[in-house]
Design a binder for this molecule. Sequence first.
Ligand code: N01
Length: 553
Amino acid sequence: MTNDDVPSQTSRPEERYDAVIIGAGVSGMYALHHLREMGLSVRVYDGASDVGGTWWYNRYPGARVDGPGSPYYCYTFSDELMEEWDWKETQSEWSDVLRYIEHVADRFDLRRDIQFETWVQDARYDEATQRWTVETNTGVRASAQFLICAVGALSTANLPDIPGIDDFAGECHHTGRWPHEPVSFDGKRVAIIGTGSSGIQAMPEIAKEAAHVTVFQRTAQFAFPAGNRPLSAHEMAEARRTWEEIKAKMLAHPGGFPFDTHTRSALEATPEEREALYEELWQRGGFRFFLESYNDIAISEEANASLADFVRSKIRQIVRDPATAEKLMPDHFVMTKRPILENGYFEAYNRDNVSLVDLREDPIERFTETSVVTRSGDHPIDMLVLATGFDAISGSMLRLDPKGRGGMRLSERWTDRFHNYLGLTISGFPNLFMIHGPGSPGVFYNMPLGAERQMGWIGNLVRRLRDRNLGAVEATADGEAAWAEEVAALANATLFPRTDSWWTGANVPGKPRYFSVYLGGSIYYARLDEVAAKEYEGLVFEEAHDASDAGAA
Ligand code: N01
């Protein structure tokens, strides 16, 4: 739901809480549970009509977990949840993930503190009271000492600015804003723009029903077999039996998953050994390719080329039409755009009703009411699917655009880069915390587990403020500068910053282009502990201006 969808209502008297959380997705739900367990009064606002965040919105055909999946993509804070919930597949469909999230909301009675269909339109810090005030489109005005922004790393849709796109009179859906009513493709000519994870998941499903699908590709992608399969009762029982060991492994693993880390260099293996390992991983499918092949694929150009060549040869084998196969050849460093897991994407190009337009040689010039016009001519369509991704990582914070000290807007601070400390705090914005924000491992880590770990750290900091009757905590400019260097040093040791991707912000025109994710994985959490142990180095605390106000709503 966007700002524009819900009419404004008359303001009511101010409500007071210890903490306000924006977002009722996986992170916001855990933040609510955690702070409530600490004894705080908490209110959550979300524009959607139920819990789930990104899983509530992204319900396009084919949407499913596309990372190392079930039963590890889940909360770990409650052993009962693990006992109670049966995952059906290794990479669950969106609807299964949503059912799990709804179960968590029921199990912990979360909805009683969440206000749905409520969009936060304004969030401002008051230096005198050391509190945040939020105002919503439904007329709520609420204040709290702490503002937790669980606004989602992938939730602000990136809509392409193509001449005439608004003139198109047929159905048009963005994958990240998919309708809740069934969408029929039957007999329709469908255009799909975008070949990231969403487009690559959706295309084969849409092609099963549509009269014709035309894919408009700006960048050819490396995609790997998803290897999705049913999870047996025995596997679930085994996961439950060994849950403590699994959790310990997840906490130790760089990506937050219970896998072994790779220790070999691709360059130390012979070409035959590499080929054999790549083939084995290709046949097994799944994210293990990135986690269990070689440790230098994202670091060494030569190691990278060995895997890239392997995938290109697979695409040539699968796609029967050589001209189409050539258009599908990616030419960036493999893994430096978010790796994609596919379920029949390349095979789908062997269907008679699927065709591919390479926008590099045949760019879109405009839309008409009934067609996409590329340089080579007119493509009549009935439906447009925009799989064009998100203004990721920083976009949702900027959409909120909170106002910190002196009324400074975040959009004024984040002009050249997304200044932050620890990926959690921003200088000039006291008592505001981000979950999965820029500068954190966010999208490079098991996200439910990452939310729990970040929130645990934030909770300890909140406890410190309340125990010591402090009014505010805020990042120092020096802390931010040092953190920016640490984030950059980790990124610059890899090939990631050299590719245009949503990780580098290159997918959104005008966005600062730099790699804003903390690449240290589990090192990050060790760093958070270290900062806490050093009396919260890099943060400054402020006495409560009004002792009766601090720590109590
Ligand atoms: O978005 P994307 P996504 N004209 O940014 C193209 C997660 N995810 O929604 O590469 C033409 O990856 C753009 O082209 P280019 C996952 O982390 C998770 O697919 O920028 N094309 C690209 O091909 C994923 O990485 C799951 O040149 C335009 C595509 O649109 C992230 O979400 C499922 C264009 C966008 O790809 C984002 O994936 C799906 C334009 N003007 C996604 N603008 C699950 O786990 C953009 N493109 C379930």
